[in-house]
Design a protein around this ligand. Sequence first.
Ligand SMILES: *Cc1c(COP(=O)(O)O)cnc(C)c1O
Length: 385
Amino acid sequence: MAFIPYGRQSIDEEDIRAVNEVLRSDYLTQGPTVPAFETAVKEHCGATHAVAVHSATSALHIACLALGVAKDDVVWTTPITFVASANCALYCGAQIDFVDIDPATLNMNVPALKQKLESAVRTGAKLPKVVIPVHMCGQSCDMAGIHALAQQYGFRIIEDASHAIGGRYRNGPVGDCRYSDIAIFSFHPVKIITTGEGGMALTNDAELAEKMALLRSHGITREEAQMSGTSDGPWYYQQIVLGFNYRMTDLQAALGISQIRHMRDWVSRRNALAARYQEELEGHALVLPTTISDAYSAWHLYIVQLKDKSRRKEVFTGLREDGIGVNVHYMPVHLQPFYQKLGFRAGQFPAAETYYQGAISIPLYASLTNADQDRVVACLLQRCQ
Ligand SMILES: *Cc1c(COP(=O)(O)O)cnc(C)c1O
């Protein structure tokens, strides 16, 4: 029987035609297609500015830089995320620290964030310059709660919404930045829509958008208003900050424009599949995902937790033998050897560590058929009996 992966892209003839068209055009990069994709995403997500880049990782990096993250600053994120959410602070020479998760939603625990802020004030420890909440599995964090604390304690917010494009929070799309300074998306093939590799930073702040656009392309500007002195002529450009080459290509953007047509339907299919899992898996030796009424999840991942954590490896290995592409998201970042070398220790974020021991991500993607899903359910229930 065919292997069922935990996630995969959907590509149709229209996607292929859109990429081919760019291949036959004058611009493979720095042409008109990247701005068109930026417009499509910001229109779907309700933000006023969008900066496309070649990955969410580079988007996180330039978002931190645009907010002024530098040496001697501290950034806080969650331990249950992909390493990139933490690495971005280190790229800027800043320090990283973590706030434990809410064991129900797997998102940053807002009361724990509040406690950590209060304790920093009490002990004279440094307050975070930026907090990076991650919308785990596609379900928004308690952004209103985090935003209220940002007002009180003076930090900025980058939403790592890599899992969450197409999701909603309190009657607005994820990415509208109502409760944050910048929101980040990933277009890696396992995410909701793909450009092969790709990412985007959204913001409602023109100045932040301008900074990120500069940082994406070597720190070079052709706009006279940004230059010092006067232009030497029409060929002239100036490098005004130290930037990178983080540009998205027009090939990638063409795929993105074609993909975003399906976003609403795909997210709705993911919701239907998640509801089926919820129904079929209830009442067994599993802890199922918790949904909150404030959010409409994009359902990037469907994660079950074994009630008997000691059986995780056996169940996981068994499912792989059954041809089910299970995975684990994520090993807590602070337990990675690199982060251990920075001084983090097991026991520091107990909710994240406990969650990790029982977690298994099971297949979820828009083109997963009901029949394949039934096979996943049957294998899982048999393996975890
Ligand atoms: C996938 C992912 C990233 C990194 O995305 P890339 O586009 O691969 O760089 C960052 N954060 C989270 C939470 C992710 O899932």
